[in-house]
Design a protein around this ligand. Sequence first.
Ligand SMILES: [Zn+2]
Length: 357
Amino acid sequence: MENYTIKIPSYTVGPDAYKSIPEYCRLYGTKAVVIGGMKAMNAARGKLLSAVEGSGLGITAFLWYGRECTYEAAEALEENDLVQRADMIFAVGGGKAVDTAKLVSLKLKKPYFSFPTIASNCAAASSLSIVYNEDGTFRDFVHFLETARHVFIDTDIIARAPRQYLWAGIGDTYAKYYEVSVSARGEQLEHFKAMGVTLSRMCMEPLVRFGAQALSDNDAGRATFELEQCALAIIITTGWVSMLVAREHTMDYNGGVAHALFYSLCELPGFDEDHIHGVVVGFGVLLLLLIDGQEEEFEKLYAFNKSIGLPVSFSEIGITLEDLAKVTKRMTEDEDVEHYPYRLTEEMILEAAKRLA
Ligand SMILES: [Zn+2]
């Protein structure tokens, strides 16, 4: 038998989550440097500074990560004296800022802590960076980076973020449950994978139950119980699941029809620029469920999408069935459906899509 280690990051959540920074960070040294998004740092700066005041831990600089998570942006930060002299990195922001900070932390071998300021993806709690080119096009996935030593989720900051992030985050997050559970169907799973697959249910349940309320709380800027449950599903549960179901050199259960649809539609000119990832992926789950014959789940999710304004038809995302037919071959070859319990065919996709035209 092989030896292996599983790492998943711990977290603190709540309107005063940053107050526990000294407790978790102090043992890694005395100097922290912030790498973050501009709006994110503006939202978090005051709370970060007051959290470390008098603790013996100092924040030496607030550095903007750049416009995209690129290797070039990471290199510029790696060469920055303030970053080199820091004992640890505070990654503050949405996905791209946190992903950039992860690359820097990997290269400079410094621990990092993450501070998600929106609830839209699991970058703060996962060990993956999505790297782009300077022009914004996709470049690379960097897998199996170190995880954050701790994740600090300030729900007051998240409640004041624009609602679009949470809205799209909901679609991308419930997709995790449907994609993972279908991909792993019928397999004999090792302990950590079985945990990931079982846990993936919590990427869906709290969102369907509390999502609509959480969105109106977000509109009102209130950090309620419902908003907190949704933020945790999007940031923490999804991060843990993605790490548990795909360990190095083992079968990867992340991904499925919903992501294959999004990435394939991005081949159509202009689609990428006009559409938000999580919104299309959330719609793609409806297609996944029809192809998979999960009629009851389909009805449930269709009603849920309608209730929060996520799309329920191809026409809502500006796609005709003729457009779809142009990318169905690409979909069946997408790596997201490489590990699937059955072979996805173009006929299956087009047949199911008729009900979603
Ligand atoms: Zn996604």
